[in-house]
Design a protein around this ligand. Structure first.
Ligand code: SF4
Length: 339
């Protein structure tokens, strides 16, 4: 099983004019290319491009954002950690994070001097919601001396209670970097199991689950392979272990993107949030993207009109209490040092 470190892709050159006219409403457009041409997005997109210049703002979009955001207005795209890291390199006063709340917090942790905005404060995450700082303290009490590794999909409060963070791309490396026999890897139960299957380190887990990735089954993979000969199946490590075992490759969203780019499979199924397939389909029109659409309801709260409002009103600003930020940043920075 392979994993890869996260990467971000600057796409500033793609945020230029895309033809279209105004129409009301925002429909889910399944085809990425169709989303870019959809006329209802024109008004918001033009306003966003103008406001970005006026506010000296940069837009970061996660791989799960829909094509009209990902390809239409984003300056930097990638997974959550890569977005935060890339944001430290740009000369902007404002970051608009198009993703969920913990991602905006991570961007703020690594960019404390910048104003970080999220278009919808309700954009949460089932993993981040599954655990609190008090839970981590209680686990430490029950397992004294066992280091706590927390997935980046957690609140700043939980990161602040941790020894080190990890991503789905570097979780194995982080766990093994600690040089101990036992760790707690929180909160994703399946990521913990998938890591445990690759290491001698004993991995204690929590009961968190991604409500999107837990929907895929090994039976889905078997059925789709039957229906689509030659299909390459790529699974995110938040999927069930039996789903990961049934896949040809498992890795973070960044690793899956790299796999598609490098191998250029004729047919591929990505067992992850389906906006990523839409975005890759725009980039690789010759590849057939097969599969069931599983959308993250939290990611879907971010819309072009929401981004426009965020830039107009400079809301919603991410604020983290200084003592929480200090400890949480340390956990993130320790991870960044793991090579
Ligand atoms: S896809 Fe899963 S892990 Fe990602 S934000 Fe949605 S609920 Fe959280």
């Amino acid at each position: 099983m392979q994993t890869a470190t996260p990467a971000a892709t600057p796409i500033a050159s793609m945020t230029q004019e895309i033809p279209g006219t105004i129409a009301p409403g925002r429909a889910r457009v399944r085809s990425g290319a169709a989303a870019l041409a959809a006329p209802e997005f024109r008004y918001d997109r033009d306003a966003i491009l103008r406001l970005k210049r006026e506010r000296n703002a940069v837009i970061l979009a996660h791989n799960y954002q829909t094509p009209e955001i990902f390809h239409g207005v984003a300056d930097i795209v990638g997974d959550s950690l890569a977005l935060a890291r890339e944001a430290t390199k740009v000369d902007a006063d404002i970051i608009v994070l198009c993703g969920v709340h913990f991602m905006a917090e991570t961007a703020k942790l690594l960019n404390p001097e910048k104003t970080v905005l999220i278009p919808d404060l309700q954009a949460g995450c089932s993993l981040a919601a599954s655990i609190t700082g008090a839970d981590v303290r209680s686990l430490r009490h029950r397992h004294p001396g066992v280091p706590v590794v927390t997935y980046v999909n957690t609140s700043a409060e939980v990161k602040a209670e941790s020894d080190i963070c990890c991503t789905s791309g570097n979780a194995l490396k982080v766990v093994e970097s600690l040089g101990v026999e036992q760790v707690m890897l929180l909160p994703d139960a399946y990521l913990a199991k998938n890591v445990a299957a690759q290491t001698e380190v004993k991995v204690l887990s929590w009961s968190g689950r991604c409500e999107v990735h837990e929907q895929f089954s090994a039976e889905d993979v078997r059925r789709l392979r039957e229906g689509y000969p030659g299909l390459s199946v790529l699974a995110h490590p938040e999927c069930l272990p039996e789903v990961v075992a049934a896949a040809d490759f498992s890795g973070s969203t960044a690793a899956m993107c790299d796999y598609v780019e490098e191998k250029q499979p004729a047919r591929v199924m990505l067992l992850t949030e389906c906006s990523m397939s839409d975005n890759l389909a725009v980039q690789f029109p010759a590849i057939e993207f097969v599969g069931m659409c599983r959308l993250c309801p939290h990611m879907q709260r971010i819309t072009l009109s929401g981004i426009r409002r965020a830039l107009e009103t400079l809301s919603h600003e991410i604020v983290i209490a200084p003592e929480v930020a200090e400890h949480a940043r340390l956990a993130v920075e320790r991870m960044l040092k793991v090579r």
